[in-house]
Design a protein around this ligand. Sequence first.
Ligand SMILES: Cc1cc2nc3c(=O)[nH]c(=O)nc-3n(C[C@H](O)[C@H](O)[C@H](O)COP(=O)(O)OP(=O)(O)OC[C@H]3O[C@@H](n4cnc5c(N)ncnc54)[C@H](O)[C@@H]3O)c2cc1C
Length: 543
Amino acid sequence: MTDQNILDVLIVGYGPIGQTLSILLGERGYHVAVFDRWPALYPLPRAVFHDHEIRRVFHAMGIGEEVENISQPSATYQWFNADWKTLIEIDWSAESISDGPVGYLFNQPSLEALLDHKAKSLPNVSVQQSWEATELRQQSDCCEVTFRKGALIDGDWTPTGETQTLRSRYVIGADGANSFVRKSSDIAFEDLGFEEDWLVIDLKPNEGVVLDVPDIGQWCNPARPTTMVPGGPGFRRWEFMRLPHESVEDLQKPEKVWELLAPWVTPADATLVRYAVYKFRSLLAETWRDRRVLLAGDAAHQMPPFMGQGMCSGIRDVWNLAWRLDLILKDIATPRLLDGYTPERRPQVRAVIDASIAMGQVVCISDLDAAARRDEAFLSGQVPPLPPFPGLTDGLVCVRRDFACDAPAGLLSVHGQVRDADVESRYDDVMPNGFHVITLDADPQTCLDDASKAALARIGAHMIGITDDVSQTVPGRVLFDLSGKYARFFAEHGVKALIVRPDYYIFGAVPTLTALPVLIGELVSMLCVETVRDAQVFSTTLA
Ligand SMILES: Cc1cc2nc3c(=O)[nH]c(=O)nc-3n(C[C@H](O)[C@H](O)[C@H](O)COP(=O)(O)OP(=O)(O)OC[C@H]3O[C@@H](n4cnc5c(N)ncnc54)[C@H](O)[C@@H]3O)c2cc1C
């Protein structure tokens, strides 16, 4: 931070997305302040699933082991018809590209408590709870945000009369579905059309009680579409769709809650943690950036939870923002690097929302004939399998046809166990975060020219070789591919080298090492590497 009165980044909203970004930036040494309206964390469970990619982010934040202690690996996600015949199976227990299963189940308040502890342990992160953002103004060199203080009086948030105004180079709106930051930047939501009410019930089975319930499943029963999942270790969740003839009030009565749970669990077996009706919607902000203001998490997108991707998508947003802001705040790249944020994140999240809606449309059928047609289509094998998880299609990715390989640019990169000398570890733990040039069966120190090495040094990139041939390993320079995943991934795509971004997505790949300098040149020019202070760039764009 050059001006001691201007923060590097101010985050509005201290839900899981604001918490995650404050840690990612705080650990990189930036002066960050994060504000939330409420004096305490939101206590009620919402997200229960996160995927393998997000687990890699938790590891990168240094909380991988703690998250492991509050979560459990997922079983296969099963979708049944009313007669309990299997319509779809999604194997979330299978080995993922990231070293470990596809997904994990957890309890959101336990995760938020862990993130809160980590954020508050960072001396350069200021966490300010009980402050509500009320005004946001953009200037050429910074933003100004005004907050008013509140206190809980008889359960109601009540202003105390105290206010404060802070200046920051960037402001991130991680302030959830009704985002003040989005509204004050005049950014509209595109409504993708899904809207259903579901009653969400979390409970804690009594010690020793074993419930007869699919571990993780959707019961596509037109009489009552129902979800049943673990709510993290020691918890279970049920979700019941509101039927057309019912009101929200009908569903929220305790006797109705136990009536719906009765086929599986009774008050003698478990304690209710909470129940509430949620409106599942599909909304996408038109743009995720207005000059120095960026949106992330539910402030930028909302989706029905059938793929368990709402919070995961928000964590991808801030994981993407963290390295962009890092390069800009270090003056390695210009603020034009932020131009790629919306083109990268929005289409990927759009594809995830579309998939979540498609899955929602399978389960949310209350009409008997429509359900019979659906069952017939699935049971006769007429429904194609789910598409693979979407990668990045725009932004900082390089798909050059002249490289003539099965370009994995934009895909999440492979991750596995490696051995360096005698030390075995996760690749991400052994290599510092940043851009990585990874060469197969070759030492990049010897095969790259000086100009390429200098270009990589300028952007703080790392070079490393990887091989499954132990005779080719070089301590600190060519790692042994202990899990064999790298050799398989490179062979599958016909490539000899990858450039992986700090968020683990592949910038580009080449089929021969001789093409690597060209790819490095592309990266450096696309990164907008210039030593221009961002104030100058913004003063021209604002003029
Ligand atoms: C029933 C249900 C199940 C779900 N299941 C999953 C799942 O399995 N997997 C998954 O990935 N996601 C899931 N989700 C989605 C996930 O819970 C959300 O995407 C996630 O909580 C969003 O986090 P956030 O930080 O963006 O927003 P929030 O958690 O809403 O946090 C926003 C914060 O901003 C604060 N704020 C708002 N306005 C202001 C202001 N003006 N000033 C200061 N502070 C402000 C709020 O007080 C709040 O604390 C589920 C959601 C629901 C409802």
